[in-house]
Structures are given as C-alpha cells and as structure tokens.
Design a protein around this ligand. Structure first.
Ligand SMILES: Cc1cc2nc3c(=O)[nH]c(=O)nc-3n(C[C@H](O)[C@H](O)[C@H](O)COP(=O)(O)OP(=O)(O)OC[C@H]3O[C@@H](n4cnc5c(N)ncnc54)[C@H](O)[C@@H]3O)c2cc1C
Length: 248
C-alpha cells in the first residue's frame, strides 16, 4: 500500500525515525512484525524493517539504520512523500499471560521491542545494549512504560560496563522471570538463548536474515529451526529460542 510519510527525524548518525499514515496497517500490526519497503528507484528489492510502534490507531513508526543502497534511498524520502509498503508481514511476538518478563535488545535490534514494552508496561524489565554512549537511543521512550530499565555499553561510557547479556545473567540471579523477548545481533541472541534454555525460561527471539520477497515464496531467508529449514519472513521472524539451531 501507498503510505504518506508524515514525520521524519534523524535520531543519530545514520539512524532515521519515520512515521507513516495508514489506518489499515496500524489496525493490523502486531509487535514483532515487519514492513517490506520499496526504498526507491532502480527496481531494488524491498527491504524489511520492523514495526517500532503503532500510534493512535492511525500511524506506524519504524526506525532504520542506513546500511547500503536501499536504506540510503529511503533516508532521502521527505515528509509528504508516498512510501510503498507491504505489510504487516511475519509472525510477531506472542503475549500469553505472565508476570515477570525481560525484554532484551542490542543495537538496532531494540526497535521492535518498543511496541513489546508498550504492551507489557511495568511487567517488563528492559535491558538495552549498545557499543558506546553515543549509540544509546530510545532509552527515554522505553522508560515511559517501565521504570525497570537498564543500559549496558561495551566500553562502559553509559550504564553497566560490558555486554547486556552479562547484566541479564546478574538480574536472573535475583529475579524470577517467566519469559524473555529478544532482538539484536545474532551473538547476543545466542547468548540470551543459552542462558534461557538452561534456566528453562520461555524465550522468543526475532531473527534477521537477508530477504527477497518477504512473503514466503522465494525461500531466500531460511534458517535452521528444529531440525528443518524455516523462512524468517513467513514462519518468523519471531521463533522460540529453544528451536533455533544457532550453530547449524
Ligand atoms: C525481519 C527484519 C527486520 C528488520 N528490522 C530492521 C529495523 O527495524 N531497523 C533497521 O535498521 N534494520 C532492520 N533490518 C535490517 C535491514 O533490513 C537491512 O539493514 C537492510 O535491508 C539493508 O538494506 P540496504 O539496501 O541499505 O543495504 P544492502 O546494500 O542490502 O546491504 C548493506 C549491508 O547490510 C547488510 N544487510 C542487508 N540486509 C541485511 C539483513 N536482513 N540482515 C543483516 N544484514 C543485512 C549487508 O550484509 C551489508 O553489509 C531488519 C531485517 C529483517 C530481516
């Protein structure tokens, strides 16, 4: 569908925050689903970008880092332009009742977790990991929904010094946790999974793979799940951590 870009902000070097208007997207979008976006010119394949937030039942927000040709073209869009979006796609996070939840994200993987945190509110302990203080973003926005929010940076320039997964291990020693939601770099999610599976905590991870069609037809984005191959776009991007074969 064609959606009007109604708001555009630059959050940091190479990180853009877009709000598009579409009641139909906003009414149907679930946390963890993604949009497949035609980024501009020259017949590029669409690019998958997570839904960061649904606003007022009318708008969808997504945030992206400029990486290559597609996201560079997208970053050149201006307020008032039309953006061609396929979505919402994929299976989002599921929210069966539980009381004690960790939401853990790293780098640009934190974006889909804002809508997750919005939904969980004070049940959530939010853990956000970044390389350094200058990469820390959206902390204030997560803090609107829960007061238990912790930041880690690898160089210690903001919050806990070290990996966010080390902080998660510490928190698990003193807190009862029933579920974990995670999105971020593969090594981070692998570490989250190994702790979670060990402690038998129900854990959902959102995987990232390079993608073609986004609707399950081209089978470009498969990954190893539970002894077979599953499509990140159609069967995921959210999977149970216990099913993911991280080293396969
Ligand atoms: C389900 C899903 C949700 C995503 N959500 C977001 C999001 O909310 N915000 C965001 O900034 N990015 C997100 N991404 C990653 C985003 O799709 C890629 O960064 C984007 O497609 C790069 O396109 P490009 O044309 O700019 O770069 P390209 O020229 O295609 O590539 C530039 C660099 O990005 C790497 N790259 C490209 N696609 C991927 C990918 N899918 N996974 C990992 N590395 C990739 C390439 O290896 C290369 O190093 C998501 C990916 C998936 C699969």
């Amino acid at each position: 569908m064609d959606c009007i870009l109604t708001e555009k902000n630059k959050l940091a070097d190479n990180i853009y925050d877009f709000k598009i208007k579409s009641t139909s997207l906003a009414e149907n979008a679930k946390a963890g689903q993604f949009l497949h976006i035609l980024c501009g010119g020259n017949g590029y394949l669409r690019r998958p970008i997570s839904i960061c937030e649904v606003i007022d039942g009318e708008y969808v927000r997504f945030i992206f880092q400029v990486k290559g040709e597609g996201t560079t073209a997208l970053a050149n869009a201006n307020v008032g332009d039309t953006i061609d979006v396929l979505g919402p796609l994929g299976n989002g996070f599921s929210f069966e009742e539980c009381d004690n939840v960790i939401v853990i994200g790293g780098g640009i993987g934190i974006f889909p977790l804002l809508e997750v945190t919005k939904r969980l509110g004070k049940k959530a302990i939010v853990l956000l990991g970044f390389r350094s203080a200058e990469n820390v973003i959206l902390e204030d926005e997560f803090a609107k929904y829960t007061d238990r929010i912790f930041v880690a940076t690898e160089d210690g320039s903001c919050g806990y010094k070290g990996y966010i997964t080390d902080l998660m291990r510490n928190i698990l020693e003193t807190n009862k946790v029933d579920r974990i939601y995670s999105c971020g770099p593969m090594p981070m999610m692998k570490a989250v999974s190994s702790v979670a599976v060990d402690k038998q905590i129900d854990t959902q991870v959102s995987l990232e793979e390079r993608m073609g069609c986004g609707i399950g037809a081209c089978v470009t984005c498969t990954c190893n799940i539970n002894g077979g191959r599953k499509r990140v776009c159609k069967d995921g991007p959210v999977f149970s951590a216990s099913e993911v074969e991280w080293d396969a």
